[in-house]
Write a protein that binds this ligand. Structure first.
Ligand code: HEM
Length: 385
């Protein structure tokens, strides 16, 4: 009996605590405080704590983030609105001007705070898978001289799968598995970096004369004390993610577009080399139509959906205030599917890129892309190949 009473009390105490925690979270979440009466972008905050993370994640998994999540909110609130994602109030901005504003104010008003997009197709899985294996292997072997072993790609993919999940550290959750995978990757790379260091100790000049891989240059910097081991590993991981997931998606979607548009395919083939002939960098510069096809495919299916920033100061933009500490998500679709910039935006028309910059685009700041994506410097040639 005493046991039953004690259980009953424990249960009541648990309910009381759970209810208290729930109401505290509810009250705190109710609305972000707006003490200075600033005009915040219109909001749709969703559930306490979770916000609209589940809707965001669900549409992301269906590969319809723009159609299911962003577009209905643009229709309701306009190009700038607030939601609550993965634990943070997040302002979503759309349009070329907004993207230019954010990307040119890195470190002044915003800092990077985020993950990348991942895509799950249905019909194209095997093509996408093959291009993924291809680009993953190229990045590892060409940039770092590291031979890819079975399971490595899967471990990297586990990290990506955790990017858009609710950040709860429950064993078995996607987030937990992603963090575990990230540690596995770090451990694997630490071994490689230490081995490289041993090989290079005392022979940096000779290695640099040979040109070496990107990894040997990073390790040379480590031996000179310019960067530490953790930074070398972080750089390798960042580059692998940035380079392989984007290009494999671009290649897969370009191939899909060509399969669906045989006329474009036939024009493109005129620029292609004969089988067995090697493609040089000079050749790729002459492949004007091929590049238009790649750009049009990336316009319709951007390899990066957009990305998150964190406001490091109160930002005044288009009559709204984005408070310091909030997240901002700029989007590619918000520009790519906008008829203000691209006539008949849903149709596949590579020739629209005969003009290098679409009409009504804000004037390009040459610093913007150079500081964001090294591919724009190192080879917008990559997708042509
Ligand atoms: C079709 C291919 C690619 C597309 C569409 C693409 C697009 C982008 C975009 C939009 C960003 C900016 C992300 C942000 O500011 O949050 C970015 C960043 C970056 N990209 Fe690319 N990229 C591509 C390929 C590559 C390749 C091949 C490399 C490496 C060789 C690369 C390396 C990087 C790096 C290092 C960053 C900076 C990441 C950071 O600082 O967080 N990208 N890319």
């Amino acid at each position: 009996m005493a046991n039953e009473i004690s259980n009953h009390y424990s249960f009541c105490l648990f309910c009381f605590l759970a209810a208290t925690v729930f109401f505290i979270v509810l009250l705190r979440h109710k609305k972000p405080r707006n003490t200075n009466k600033k005009r915040l972008p219109p909001d749709e905050m969703g559930l306490p704590w979770l916000g609209q993370t589940m809707e965001f994640y669900k549409s992301q998994r269906k590969n319809s983030l723009f159609d299911d999540f962003i577009q209905p909110r643009i229709a309701k609130y306009g190009k700038i609105f607030t939601t609550h994602l993965m634990g943070s109030p997040t302002v979503i901005v759309n349009g070329a001007n907004a993207n230019k504003f954010l990307l040119s104010n890195e470190f002044k008003l915003v800092v990077s705070s985020w993950p990348s997009a991942s895509w799950k197709g249905q019909d194209e899985i095997s093509l996408y898978r093959s291009t993924k294996i291809l680009t993953f292997t190229i990045v590892f072997e060409c940039f770092f001289g590291i031979i890819v072993e079975a399971e490595m790609l899967r471990t990297f993919e586990r990290v990506l799968e955790g990017v858009f999940t609710v950040p709860v550290q429950i064993p078995g959750s996607r987030f937990w598995r992603a963090k575990k995978a990230r540690v596995e990757i770090a451990n694997m790379l630490i071994e490689v970096v230490r081995e490289k260091r041993m090989q290079m100790e005392g022979k940096i000049e000779a290695e640099e004369e040979k040109g070496g891989t990107l990894l040997s240059q990073l390790v040379a910097g480590m031996i000179r004390g310019e960067i530490n081991e953790e930074e070398v590993v972080d750089n390798v991981v960042l580059l692998v993610f940035a380079a392989h997931d984007t290009t494999s998606f671009a290649i897969a979607m370009t191939s899909k577009m060509l399969a669906q548009h045989p006329y474009c395919h036939s024009i493109l083939l005129k620029e292609a080399k004969d089988q067995g002939e090697n493609l040089t960098q000079d050749d790729t510069k002459k492949m004007k139509y091929t590049w238009q096809v790649a750009r049009e495919s990336m316009r319709l299916f951007p390899p990066i959906f957009g990305s998150f920033r964190k406001a490091i100061a109160d930002i005044e933009y288009e009559g709204f205030t984005i408070p310091r500490g909030w997240k901002v998500l700029w989007t590619t679709y918000g520009t790519h599917y906008n008829s203000e910039y691209f006539q008949d935006p849903l149709s596949f028309n590579p020739s629209r890129f005969e003009e290098s910059v679409p009409q009504n685009f804000p004037k390009r700041n040459p610093r913007i892309l150079a500081t964001q994506c090294i591919n724009s410097q190192a080879g917008s040639q990559y997708p042509k190949i």
